[in-house]
Design a protein around this ligand. Sequence first.
Ligand code: NAD
Ligand code: UDP
Length: 326
Amino acid sequence: MKRILITGGAGFLGSHLCDRFIKEGYHVIAMDNLITGDIRNIEHLFKLPNFEFYHHDVSKFIHVPGELDYILHFASPASPIDYLKIPIQTLKVGSLGIHNCLGLARVKNARVLIASTSEVYGDPTVHPQNEDYWGNVNPVGPRGVYDEAKRFQEAMTMAYHTYHNVETRIVRIFNTYGPRMRLNDGRVLPAFIGQALRGEDLTVFGDGSQTRSFCYVDDLIEGIYRLLMSDYPYPVNVGNPSEITIGQFAEEIIKLTGTDQKVVYKELPKDDPKQRQPDITKAKEILGWEPQVSRAEGLKITYEYFRNLPEEELYKAAYHREFTKK
Ligand code: NAD
Ligand code: UDP
């Protein structure tokens, strides 16, 4: 039985990866310090003999007994609201955390795949973004703690590949959504759906003309699986190129939820990227991958998930509302 370590395994993406590798017949070890994750995302796996959970901070030395075939490094705060609240931990998990994972990979002779992000392109001046674009990042702006951690993480990963012959894979993930996102993580989709469910107006930042391209989680997981199994060591964009303005997205959520609330406009956060769309030519060519789930389908499934959460979950979102007022 192949053995895989998934850091950030109790998070949104990490928990879907745990499910996928369990389904593929792996022994899965999820490692997480639960700083932004939720144990309930993986609770259903605890009864399985081929699943283990280590409650551990990846930025500290990692010890995993036995062999490892693969390591997926997904531990990191991921939403702007999270990494603004915990900037130092964000920098540490992208630097010390990946160093520990790569060191472990070297000892175990394991292949490593790291979760990078479209944020390495910053506020892009090239559109759509392809992997050859180096980006436009403000290192000392509020997003710098995340963007630079991820850029460092890519550099460290390439260095282990080049100098220590560690087998490495780098996925640049574009905005992904689906069940198990945290309702209060501040990302735009849970923010809008949470507001609709609580009967509040939807808060569009800026004039709503900035764009994003949203990928449904199942599509992303398939892309990551194929990349891990490929022999391609350089970064690959995985995302859905279907681009939409945030203003239009708010209208879609209003229609989806049937809310009679309206859109209200708030200040645009500093360095908020104006446009984002993945160029997925590489993923198509190298992995034979492209997204299968339309935004209409994916949003319907995600809305059902949020709608069926216990009501108190809706009001845990309070701190986010406080934050956006500032
Ligand atoms: P998430 O917050 O749901 O998951 C991150 C997980 O990492 C959480 O369970 C958290 O507790 C854990 N974690 C954080 N620091 C840790 C540490 N020091 N030690 C151990 N565990 C730690 O976020 P997500 O959306 O699932 O993101 C997962 C990964 O994917 C991140 O690396 C993120 O940067 C990347 N990513 C996500 C998206 C997206 O749209 N969801 C886009 C680009 C990149
Ligand atoms: N956004 C918004 N209202 C919200 C939350 C976010 O208008 O309540 C905007 C945000 O300014 C950004 C986009 O939605 O332009 C996506 O934000 P998110 O935090 O989801 O991810 P990002 O892609 O910026 O990291």
